[in-house]
Design a protein around this ligand. Structure first.
Ligand SMILES: [Mn+2]
Length: 174
């Protein structure tokens, strides 16, 4: 799994519910749906509920590149880390629009500052996904009611379009 998000979403329960938008990757790990040793979360920077909130994913072997780490290493180094992590494994890409800085994705439920630009996100997607064994993608948390001039929807739709183009490019090259 290649996961772009401001949040790890690896707590077991949120607002009293097991299956909630803060818990999917806890259950994906518990239910054996992903291989943590080949998975990576990128951009994590949202507030945590406790100082050990990221212990669970780390102890399960998930790699995490935080938002500040992503800025420090830059897109090129992040792409290298992502590709070496995933290697030739089948990869599912999950993209929470709040991975982008709130300036580029205001229309979402839990916007976070300190993120990256849409340009950098395009570079990251191309660099991380081109030629990889792509199996699927989702893009979540676009909230039209909070959007301004369709900024967030445009970013989300463009990233999905890019992913489809990368899949097509991979098919063409086989
Ligand atoms: Mn998020």
């Amino acid at each position: 799994m290649l996961h772009f998000d401001a949040h790890s979403d690896t707590i077991p329960e949120y607002f009293g519910r097991k299956y909630n938008h803060g818990t999917p990757f806890y259950w994906a790990i518990e239910e054996g749906l992903i291989k943590p040793e080949h998975s990576i979360q990128v951009g994590i920077r949202g507030p945590l509920y406790s100082k050990d909130a990221l212990d669970y994913p780390k102890n399960k072997g998930l790699e995490i590149i935080t938002g500040p780490q992503l800025h420090a290493m830059g897109v090129t180094e992040a792409v290298k880390a992502i590709r070496s992590r995933i290697n030739d494994q089948p990869v599912y890409v999950t993209f929470d629009i709040d991975f982008l800085d709130a300036a580029y994705a205001p229309g979402t439920g839990t916007p976070e500052i300190g993120g990256i630009t849409t340009h950098q996100a395009l570079q990251l997607m191309v660099g991380s996904c081109l030629g990889m064994n792509l199996k699927g993608m989702d893009l979540v948390e676009v909230l039209p009611a909070n959007d301004n001039a369709g900024i967030t929807a445009l970013a989300g739709a463009s990233l999905i379009h890019l992913f489809l183009a990368l899949v097509a490019k991979g098919v063409e090259e086989k």
